[in-house]
Design a protein around this ligand. Structure first.
Ligand code: BG6
Length: 480
């Protein structure tokens, strides 16, 4: 529907931004923290990404929260580092790790900012990986339960919104890239066993949250890439639905309905895959009723039919930041992805598609009727400080304006959306391009090549967003 007026945001809508511990904190060897698998994964990647300092939020958190308050934030979504809280297998939490998060949460609360806390954003302690074979073994489930229970007990008096696992679907779909897969050759089958263990951990977190946090609410965070069919050819529509199942819907159905859907069961049968579901697993899962969906959305995809006789092609992300290097995958008998002539792309070939957000919110609301919060959305660019000492990021302002407007339209359409937290507050490390792909509303003065003074410089987008927040989504800066 087209409206004759700008959308209205609800009175208590939460406006903020987002981050993840391993990408923003730095201080990887300080105050007892031990190594996370993602620290090692980022080191072995090309281009190389070292997270030992990142935005050094660990030492600048008060300054960072003061800037959030200046921007008018009413929420901040961040993650806890598991190896900061449980650095070893003693079963005893690290007091200094807990202190860091207690101080950060206190600072947020003092400034009227609602903490929205992710329990797992890729930083499994290396000791867990070594002792239990990471996500491949069942030993991690009890350890994850211990970790999340400690977090709920320690922070649950101030944190009411919890996020269980960040982008479980992406960790499975991009297992190699995100360091989850241990063997590329067998990942096709292994991934469903790993996914089932992640599902059990998600269930543990949901159950424990409801048990331990008074008025606590918890939801998963799927990484969402809406998929359009390439044409009105009915086969392209089915291909788009296949892509939707195998990248998103299998997970979202599972979280909402607490059982595996018919599509994935048929896919497993067809491909002779055993996800290793054991007695008692589904009983546990059935008890884990989520309260809302956290949704990460940056871009959209286009799918078309792919004949079963065609040759498989792996997706290749554009890692260089030079346009034209993204390779679209082919999955014979299921779907293939292709480019979208109707949208622009950024330097990493990510589609800039604001309507994707409205589509996603409509889709998730229609399917699950649960409240939703945007936990990530944002523009990665090559930002720099200009000669006037400021950071001018008109592309990010245009991106955020167009995307947030679509969130407003989805609300107008009847969807229940409670928060918008774009990626990211300060610049932080991108998963594959370190500091050279910047997302922040606040510039961090450092580069991948040289450590600089880490000065915080609010970008033009910071001031634009502050005006929008102050008007509760009415002051768009110019007519759309
Ligand atoms: C999301 C992740 O998928 O995308 C973040 O939750 C990540 O951790 C973000 O940083 C942006 O992706 P990238 O690869 O540009 O850093």
């Amino acid at each position: 529907m087209q409206y004759k007026h700008d959308p209205l945001f609800p009175a208590r809508f939460m406006w903020g931004a987002s981050s993840a511990a391993w990408q923003v904190e730095g201080a990887v060897n300080e105050d007892g923290r031990t190594t996370a698998i993602i620290d090692l994964n980022s080191k072995k990647k090309q281009p190389y990404t070292d997270n030992s300092i990142a935005a050094d939020h660990y030492h600048h958190f008060k300054e960072d929260v003061a800037l959030m308050a200046e921007c008018g934030f009413t929420s901040y979504r961040f993650s806890l580092s598991w190896p900061r809280i449980f650095p070893d297998d003693s079963g005893v939490p690290n007091e200094l790790g807990l202190k860091f998060y207690n101080d950060l949460i206190d600072e947020l609360v003092k400034n009227g900012i609602e903490p929205i806390v992710t329990l797992y954003h890729y930083d499994m302690p290396v000791w867990i990986d070594e002792k239990f074979n990471g996500w491949y073994g069942r030993g991690i489930i009890a350890e994850f339960d211990r970790y999340v229970r400690t977090c709920f007990q320690e922070f649950g008096n101030r944190v009411k919104y919890w996020l269980s696992i960040n982008e479980q679907n992406m960790q499975i779909c991009y297992g190699d890239w995100l360091g989850v897969s241990k063997n590329k050759e067998t990942w096709f089958e292994d991934k469903w066993k790993v996914n089932h263990i992640l599902n059990l951990c998600n269930a543990k977190a949901v159950i424990a949250c409801h048990e331990l946090v008074e008025n606590g609410k918890i939801g998963p965070v799927p990484g969402y890439v809406p998929i359009y069919p390439a044409s009105a050819n009915p086969e392209d529509q089915i291909a788009a639905m296949n892509a939707e199942e195998l990248t998103e819907k299998v997970w979202n159905d599972f979280y909402a309905h607490r059982k595996y859907n018919g599509f994935i069961k048929s896919y497993w049968r067809e491909n002779k895959i055993d996800p290793d579901i054991r007695p008692g697993d589904m009983e546990l899962i059935r008890k884990a009723k989520i309260d809302f969906f956290g949704l990460n959305c940056y871009r959209s995809n286009v799918a078309m039919a792919c004949k079963i006789t065609d040759t498989e092609r792996e997706q290749e992300l554009n890692k260089s930041g030079v346009k034209g290097n993204f390779i679209y995958p082919k999955f014979p008998g299921l779907y293939q992805l292709t480019n979208n002539p109707f949208v622009e792309t950024n330097d990493w070939d990510w589609e800039i598609d604001p309507v994707a957000l409205r589509y996603m919110l409509r889709y998730v609301w229609d399917h699950y009727q649960l409240p939703m919060m945007i936990t990530e959305n944002g523009f990665g660019g090559h930002d720099s400080v200009s000669s006037d000492g400021k950071v001018h990021d008109p592309e990010r302002i245009a991106f955020l304006r167009d995307q947030i407007y679509q969130v407003g339209l989805a609300i107008q359409d009847g969807c229940e959306v409670i928060a918008y937290n774009p990626w990211s507050f300060t610049d932080l490390l991108s998963t594959g391009n370190g500091m050279s792909k910047r997302y922040g509303l606040v510039y961090i003065n450092t580069t991948d090549e040289a450590l600089l003074d880490l000065k915080r410089i609010p970008k033009d987008s910071f001031y634009w967003y502050a005006n929008l927040i102050q008007s509760n989504g009415q002051n768009w800066g110019r007519s759309l």
